[in-house]
Design a protein around this ligand. Structure first.
Ligand code: GYE
Length: 336
């Protein structure tokens, strides 16, 4: 694909002068891009295991051998950095933009600019609250369903352990407020919560999907509330932090512990926590979006059309399963 990239190349002396080495580096980059599909990817950050596995899945597939030239930008969990990255991609005249929007609001202007420049935008993982004509398609998880499934799992589990009629105190660690993962998981779980008068949601607070904040907020919860039966934590890294806070209080968690933990994501470290008995259940969020997105871009590039909304498959894990086997299988998927 050709690239409407105009490089400012110095017109100084020939030879080994700085200007000529800048020139040759720039020329080499231009020719590396010219025969490839140039893709700019604005990633949220590297706040969690899920995110790191997700980034790796893109880097594995958006390679030179596969016909891509990837420009990867990590926004360090700041929307302003994502806005800058997207504007930069537009300036560079990339062929496609992949955007994982940290929150749903605030994208209208920049996506209008991409549309004006005729650059297709593929939204991934999280959604942007914009008119459908401002993006080509969205690919990711059904977060609402994940939340509903977590609630239903709890319902069944309580019956199984004979606690379904007890009054139960729940706290929740939420993801980045306003992100699609937070909105969907909270809403899904809430719809099941509403059906149970004996489930008492004491408090919810965001811990921004990170382990450090998960520990901090869970410590506050444990200070405030002497009786916490269940923690719903909207990602594994916040759950890891919560486990640290619970243990620091001299308490236990998991199937035989004081506090039940229901988590989301399901990468290897979290499955190990389940295996060792610290978590009760994990609702998987499929991090392996890279190959799905690459296939969509190849199709678009060949002039084919794609579905506007593409969901990836997911499952859940709990301590009734053959976890060692599952961990081995998932290690293979994640290293492929
Ligand atoms: O659950 C969390 C990450 O948007 C699905 O973001 C993603 C979430 C994931 O930081 O670990």
């Amino acid at each position: 694909m050709t690239l409407s990239l105009i490089l400012a190349i110095g017109c100084g002396k020939q030879g080994n002068s700085p200007a000529s080495s800048v020139k040759s580096a720039a020329e080499a980059e231009t020719s590396a891009r010219q025969s490839k599909i140039v893709v700019g990817f604005s990633q949220v950050g590297s706040e969690s295991d899920w995110r790191r596995a997700n980034t790796a899945s893109y880097k594995k597939v958006f390679t030179d051998e596969n016909g891509f030239y990837l420009i990867y930008e990590d926004a360090q969990q700041k929307q302003e950095n994502q806005l800058k990255a997207v504007r930069n991609f537009i300036l560079q005249g990339v062929d496609y933009i992949i955007l994982d929007p940290i929150v749903e609001t605030g994208w209208e202007e920049v996506l209008k600019e991409a549309k004006k420049a005729n650059i297709p935008v593929i939204l991934v993982d999280r959604k942007a609250d914009v008119a459908p004509d401002l993006y080509t398609c969205w690919i990711g998880s059904d977060f609402y369903k994940e939340g509903v499934n977590a609630g239903k799992w709890l319902e069944n589990y309580l019956v199984k352990i004979g606690k379904d009629k007890e009054n139960l105190n729940i706290v929740s660690l939420q993801g980045t407020l306003g992100s699609t993962a937070q909105i969907g998981r909270t809403a899904g779980f809430d719809d099941i919560l509403k059906e149970h008068k004996n489930w008492h949601m004491l408090e919810r607070q965001t811990a921004d999907f990170t382990q450090a904040k998960g520990k901090e907020v869970m410590s506050e919860f444990l200070q405030k509330y002497p009786e916490i039966d269940i923690l719903i934590s909207e990602n594994d890294n916040m759950s890891f932090g919560a486990v640290e806070a619970i243990k620091a209080k001299g308490m236990t968690c998991g199937p035989n512990g004081d506090v039940m933990i229901i988590s989301y994501d399901g990468d290897i470290a979290a499955l190990n926590k389940l295996l060792y008995g610290d978590f009760n259940a994990i609702f998987e969020c499929n991090s392996q979006l890279g190959p799905v997105v690459a296939e969509v871009i190849k199709k678009l590039n060949a002039g084919a059309s794609v579905d506007k909304t593409i969901y990836v498959e997911e499952t859940y894990f709990d301590d009734t399963m053959e976890l060692s086997k599952i961990i081995q299988e998932r290690k293979k998927i994640l290293s492929n």
